[in-house]
Design a protein around this ligand. Structure first.
Ligand SMILES: [Cu+2]
Length: 248
């Protein structure tokens, strides 16, 4: 009998241990996402083409083609969604991941591609020139060292960004060319698409303050909550042109 009891006890102990070990296994942390839409507030201004002079555009495109004249400084799409809006947030305890590979910013057919880049602080931006004409990279920065150099046809130029700020980048040879590098020291970010939609993955449950930036509409803020199951309510943020105050 004693032996049986012992065996039974041993068996129970074994089950108890199995259960105990299952309960102390580290739980996989829930990782959710923040998502939403940036909406234009007010009457959408009429989009005007860029002013491109034929003599300045010489050599930009193949014979018979012309430079894309779409002004990307304010692109409002379906249901007033705004494209190219930068949304960033910081997760406490997370670190800014410096990109090992340079962030590519090309000059192609006398346009910068992409129009807006989000660059983690400490990362190198690589300016390339896919054209057969020379371009120039002229940065308008306050906190980072300025750059104003020629990029020869099919050439490249590297610039490391050390401080968080939005930097306008222009080409002095082709005055319509403009791009923005949004240098961030936040840990998570996203860029709105043509419909104004954005999604930021890898965000654990909690409450977050979103920092929102657009090149011609300025800044906005919003607060979002990622629930324990990783879900979140879509954030809807309105941005509009600031009304000019009349002087009396
Ligand atoms: Cu150029």
């Amino acid at each position: 009998m004693k032996i049986t009891s012992l065996l039974a006890l041993t068996g129970c102990t074994a089950i108890a241990l199995t259960l105990a070990s299952a309960s102390v296994e580290p739980a996989t942390p829930t990782v959710g996402k923040v998502h939403g839409k940036i909406i234009f507030d007010g009457k959408v201004p009429e989009a005007k083409p860029l002013k491109i002079k034929a003599d300045q555009a010489k050599g930009c495109c193949a014979e018979g083609d012309s430079v894309d004249s779409q002004d990307r400084s304010l692109m409002v799409g379906v249901d007033k969604g705004i494209a190219n809006v930068v949304i960033t947030l910081t997760v406490a305890g997370a670190k800014v991941e410096v990109s090992k590979e340079p962030v590519q910013l090309d000059q192609a057919q006398c346009r910068f591609e992409p129009h807006v880049s989000i660059v983690p602080v400490g990362t190198t931006i690589r300016f390339t020139n896919s054209d057969s004409v020379s371009h120039n990279v002229h940065t308008y920065s306050i906190k980072n060292d300025p750059l104003n150099k020629t990029v020869a046809a099919n050439g490249k130029l590297d610039m490391k960004v050390a401080k968080a700020e939005s930097i306008k980048i222009a080409c002095d040879i082709h005055p319509w060319m403009a791009s923005y590098a949004f240098v961030t020291d936040d840990t998570h970010w996203g860029l709105s698409d043509a419909a104004g939609q954005f999604s930021i993955d890898g965000v654990p449950p909690g409450e977050y303050k979103l920092s929102i930036w657009h090149e011609s509409l300025g800044k906005a803020k919003a607060t979002v909550t990622v629930n324990e199951d990783g879900s979140s309510t879509a954030a809807e943020v309105k941005m509009g042109k600031k009304k000019k105050r009349r002087r009396r």
